[in-house]
Design a binder for this molecule. Structure first.
Ligand code: ADP
Ligand SMILES: O=P(O)(O)O[C@H]1O[C@H](CO)[C@@H](O[C@H]2O[C@H](CO)[C@@H](O)[C@H](O)[C@H]2O)[C@H](O)[C@H]1O
Length: 476
C-alpha cells in the first residue's frame, strides 16, 4: 500500500534533487505532487508507477519513478531508500525506495512487455513478432545518465526516461524508424512503455516512458576507448626536443584511435543518410539561418551572464556566429542525433552503434525535435574529441604535473588527429564534407561549447575547466 500522500511527497521532495538524473538541480523545488499512481504489483514488495509533477521557477516538469514499497528494506537496497521509518510518524510503517534497483520488482516490466499488457493508463508494447524473455534479472547500469537504464541479463537494456516529454519520445521514434529501415548502426528496438493518450490528463498523444532494446554486450563506449588512447598517448615516453612539439605526431602512440575515429565518421554518415530517408529533408531559408545565428548569439550572452568565466571567449565565439549570419544560404535540414558525443556511441564486434537520439537534455522538446544540418552532429563529436583530449589533464590527478604545459600540446595533437580522421571517414562515406562547410561547422561547434559550459556549470561544476580549456585553444 502507498504511504499517506503527505508523507510520500515530503520524502520525494527531499530525495529527488539528490538524484543524478534530476534536471532541475539549480533551483529549489517549489512544489511536488503525485500526478498518477498506478499499482503494477500488489503485495510486499509492492510496485507503483508514479508520475510526479515538480514545480520549479513557476513551471512544472513531470518525472517518472518506479516506487518500491516494503515493510522491511534489505541492506542491499538501502542506497535506493526514499523514505520510511524511523522518524516518519506513527502512520509510516513501510519503506519506500527507487524500485529501478530491485530485480524482484523490475521483472514485472518484462512480463507486461511480453504480453503487451495495459495497466491503468500504462501501455506496454512490443514490436510485431518480438518474443520478450521474462526470465531475466535486472541490474541498473552505472553510467553517468540523465535517465536510468536497466540491463536484463545480457539480452536487453531498458531505458526508463526520468523527465517526461510531451509525446512520443524522440529516442523511441528514431530508433524504431531506424530499426524498421534495417539500419545496422542502432541497437534493435524490442518494445516500449507509454502512457495512453489523455492518461495523464494531457493531450492526444501517448507519452513514452521506457524503451527496451538489444543490449550490445560486447560494446565498449567511445568515451572509454578514447580516454584509453589519450592515456597511452600521454604516457608515450619519447619526449621531442622543445622546438619539435608543434609537429607532434599523435600516431606514434600504441593506442592510436584514429582508425576508429574514421570508422565512426563513416557510421555517422550512414545513420544521417538513413535518417534522411526515413524522415525526409527540407530546406531552411537563408533568413532562418540568420535567425539561427542570432539564437546562438543570444545563448552565448545568456551563458556569459550565468557563467561569467565564459566571458573572455565571448568575442571569438560571437565572431563565428556573425560569420554564419553573413554567409547565410539555404541549408538542407533533417533529423539528426542532436546530442552527439563519444559517450553516445558503442564499438562492438559489428562496428559502431549510435545511442540516445533524445537530443540535449537541457533543451525543450520542440527544440530537440527541430530539424538541423547533419554537421551539427559532426560538431558535437569534434567537441567530444576536445573533451577526451583534455579530460586527463583537467580532471584526473594521475598525470605528472611537471609536464603540464607539454600535455596541453599533446592533448591538442591527439584531438587534431582524431578530429581529422572522423571528418575524413564522414566525408568518404557520403556525408557533407566538413572541410567544405568550415563556417557552419565552426558555428555549430561554438554553439555546442557554449551549451557545454552551461551544462557543466549546472550539473558538474568540477568539469567546467574541460570545455574552457578547449575553448581557450579553439578561440586563440
Ligand atoms: N543497446 C545498448 N547496449 C549496450 N550498452 C548500452 C546500450 N544502450 C545504452 N548503453 C549504455 O548505457 C549508457 C547510457 O545510455 P543512453 O541511452 O546514452 O542514456 P541517457 O540518455 O540516460 O544518457 C551508454 O553510454 C552505454 O554505455
Ligand atoms: O549523455 P547525455 O544525453 O546525458 O548528455 C549530457 O551529458 C553529457 C555528459 O555526460 C554531456 O557531454 C559532455 O561531456 C562528455 C564527457 O562526459 C563529452 O564527451 C561531451 O563531448 C560533452 O558535451 C552532454 O553535453 C550533455 O548533453
Amino acid at each position: 500500500m502507498l504511504p499517506p500522500e503527505s508523507v510520500l511527497t515530503r520524502d520525494l521532495a527531499e530525495w529527488l534533487p539528490r538524484q543524478r538524473w534530476f534536471g532541475g538541480k539549480d533551483s529549489p523545488v517549489e512544489d511536488l505532487s503525485i500526478g498518477t499512481a498506478t499499482e503494477l504489483r500488489a503485495g510486499d514488495p509492492g510496485l507503483y508507477h508514479l508520475i510526479l509533477d515538480v514545480r520549479q521557477n513557476g513551471a512544472t516538469d513531470r518525472y517518472q519513478l518506479l516506487l518500491g514499497v516494503r515493510r522491511d528494506l534489505p541492506g542491499r537496497l538501502g542506497y535506493a531508500r526514499i523514505g520510511g521509518p524511523p522518524g516518519g510518524g506513527t502512520a509510516v510503517t513501510q519503506h519506500t525506495y527507487d524500485a529501478a534497483h530491485d530485480p524482484d520488482l523490475t521483472r514485472t516490466l518484462l512480463e507486461h512487455l511480453a504480453t503487451g499488457a495495459s495497466v491503468g493508463p500504462l501501455r506496454f508494447r512490443h514490436v510485431p513478432g518480438a518474443r520478450i524473455r521474462t526470465d531475466l534479472t535486472s541490474l541498473p547500469i552505472t553510467a553517468e545518465q540523465s535517465n536510468t537504464s536497466l540491463l536484463f541479463g545480457d539480452a536487453y537494456i531498458c531505458k526508463l526516461f526520468r523527465r517526461l516529454g510531451d509525446g512520443v519520445n524522440l529516442d523511441l521514434e528514431v530508433n524504431l524508424a531506424l530499426t524498421r529501415a534495417g539500419c545496422e548502426h542502432v541497437p534493435a528496438v524490442h518494445g516500449w512503455i507509454e502512457l495512453a493518450p489523455g492518461g495523464d490528463g494531457a493531450g492526444g498523444q501517448p507519452v513514452t516512458l521506457g524503451l527496451l532494446s538489444d543490449y550490445l554486450r560486447t560494446g565498449a563506449d567511445g568515451w572509454s576507448l578514447a580516454i584509453a588512447s589519450v592515456r597511452d598517448w600521454f604516457a608515450h615516453t619519447t619526449e621531442p626536443e622543445d622546438d619539435e612539439w608543434a609537429e607532434l605526431d599523435a600516431s606514434a602512440a600504441g593506442g592510436d584511435f584514429a582508425a576508429e575515429a574514421e570508422r565512426l565518421g563513416a557510421a555517422t554518415a550512414d545513420v544521417h543518410r538513413a535518417l534522411a530517408d526515413a524522415f525526409g529533408v527540407t530546406v531552411l531559408p537563408a533568413d532562418d539561418v540568420r535567425a539561427l545565428a542570432a539564437r546562438m548569439n543570444e545563448e552565448l550572452t545568456g551563458t556569459c551572464r550565468a557563467v561569467p568565466v565564459l566571458a573572455p571567449h565571448a568575442k571569438a565565439l560571437t565572431g563565428a556566429f556573425i560569420d554564419l549570419a553573413a554567409q547565410a544560404e539555404p541549408l538542407p535540414v533533417q533529423r539528426v542525433h542532436g546530442d552527439y558525443h563519444l559517450g553516445q556511441v558503442l564499438r562492438s564486434e559489428s562496428g559502431w552503434s549510435l545511442l540516445d537520439f533524445e537530443g540535449e537534455p537541457a533543451r525543450t522538446q520542440s527544440e530537440r525535435r527541430a530539424l538541423s544540418h547533419p554537421l551539427r552532429d559532426v560538431a558535437g563529436m569534434l567537441r567530444s574529441f576536445e573533451y577526451a583530449a583534455r579530460f586527463l589533464i583537467t580532471r584526473s590527478g594521475t598525470v605528472p604535473l611537471e609536464s603540464g604545459g607539454h600535455l596541453e600540446t599533446r592533448a591538442h595533437a591527439w584531438a587534431a588527429r582524431n578530429r581529422a580522421a572522423f571528418c575524413r571517414g564522414y566525408a568518404a562515406a557520403g556525408g557533407p564534407d566538413p572541410a567544405a562547410h568550415a563556417v557552419l561547422l565552426r558555428a555549430f561547434e561554438f554553439e555546442k561549447a557554449v551549451y557545454e559550459v552551461r551544462y557543466e556549470a549546472r550539473h558538474r561544476p568540477a568539469w567546467l575547466p574541460v570545455p574552457l580549456k578547449s575553448l581557450a585553444h579553439l578561440t586563440a
